[in-house]
Design a binder for this molecule. Structure first.
Ligand code: CP3
Length: 344
């Protein structure tokens, strides 16, 4: 495997002091890039995910265009429910749609813990191709959805502000819910192991809907399973856990042994630092909507964020995915401000 020319992210995740703060953006390969939209015209969403050449080209776009310090695999968290036997569609401007979601114990007969090599081999092929194409320019981040967030889609069948049907399922049929969460966990562990084997330098677990759960439910329905994933992976590859909105549980997330924690913009860096402890690497936490501000405002606000984190054990990122209506120049202003910043 080629040596990395830019290993800022990996050194930061090891807790080392680095010459500057590494930066990348969640959803950095996506619709705000005109070059992505060109590929999007010609191929369906899952076709883009399943074709290594396309996934590879899209993954590298933000490295070339915006100058981020890491690439993140172009794929989706919903390829795992697909591999587990459910049909998943992505409907233009509406989002994910699962025509036959899990509603009862009987529906569980349609769900399997798959051989990931057989069902998700295209992801590992894409990773190998991306690593070759990147040629050590920056590290590659692999990822998976957290079991709770995947259950949300597998039960609700589509996006939701509350995921009330997914919650009702967990509260009314807890035994089935935990069976499903465990199956997702087992699949995710083998999936992320294979991503690391194929060449992913870091993996991130996305719990986008962790913030819908109170602290007890977050422990019971989400963190219990994330902990299994971190335990299985942490000695193989650095792991970042991003549970959006679940900042009340930062101390418990830090205790999983994850190398980094993603945080959103609703918590002050100082507070997150206090809750996570001195040694934890924190990733975040710029409000993605603030990239719609004029560039001088972006520069000022990003500088304030960097000052608040203090330049050590910090990976600069957004607090959630970049929005499709952000001008590329604004994304660049975010990245450049981080690259030019030095601790005071
Ligand atoms: O970060 C990256 O650039 C890598 C690729 C990536 C995508 N999805 C591509 C994508 C990653 C890491 C994801 C993760 C993902 N997918 C999450 C967790 C992170 C988060 O944002 O909370 C979730 C919840 C999903 C499920 C999903 N996929 C939704 C809700 C949607 C529709 C909403 C939207 O943004 O359009 C998708 C589609 C999707 N996944 C797109 C991309 C680039 C947009 C597809 C398109 O229209 O081209």
């Amino acid at each position: 495997m080629s040596l990395l020319k830019n290993d800022l992210l990996l050194r930061t995740l090891r807790g080392e002091k680095t010459e500057r703060v590494p930066v990348w953006m969640m959803r950095q390969a996506g619709r705000y890039l005109p070059e992505y939209l060109v590929i999007r015209e010609k191929y369906g969403f899952f076709e883009r995910c399943q074709t290594p050449e396309l996934a590879c080209a899209i993954t590298i776009q933000p490295v070339d265009i915006v100058g981020v310090d890491a690439a993140i695999l172009f794929s989706d968290i919903l390829v795992v429910p697909q591999a587990m036997g459910l049909e998943v569609q992505l409907i233009e401007s509406k989002g994910p749609f699962l025509p036959d979601p899990i509603k009862t114990a009987a529906d569980m007969s349609r769900v399997i813990v798959p051989d990931v090599e057989e069902t998700l081999g295209y992801v590992f092929d894409a990773i190998k191709m991306i690593k070759r194409e990147l040629d050590g320019r920056v590290p590659l981040i692999g990822f998976a959805g957290a079991p709770w967030t995947l259950l949300c889609y597998m039960v609700q069948g589509k996006g939701s502000k509350t995921f009330d049907e997914a919650k009702a399922f967990c509260y009314q049929q807890p035994v089935v819910a935990h069976q499903l969460l465990q199956m997702i966990t087992d699949t995710t562990i083998s999936y992320l192991r294979k991503q690391a084997e194929a060449g992913a330098d870091v993996v991130q677990v996305f719990d986008s809907w962790g913030g819908l759960l109170g602290p007890e439910d977050f422990e019971n329905l989400s963190l219990k399973y994330i902990r299994q994933i971190v335990t299985a992976l942490k000695d193989i590859v650095p792991v970042i856990v991003f549970a959006k909105g679940a900042w009340q549980s930062i101390p418990e997330m830090a205790a999983t042994g994850a190398h980094g924690l993603g945080i959103d913009w609703c918590i002050r860096p100082e507070t997150a630092r206090r809750m996570a402890g001195e040694n934890m690497v924190l990733q975040g936490n710029f409000d993605p909507a603030k990239l719609l501000s004029p560039i001088p405002v972006i520069e000022k606000e990003v500088t304030a964020m960097l000052d608040a984190f203090g330049g050590h054990r910090h990976i600069a990122n957004l607090g959630h995915g970049i929005l499709p209506n952000v001008p590329v120049a604004h994304a660049k202003a975010f990245v450049d401000t981080v690259k030019n910043w030095r601790p005071r």
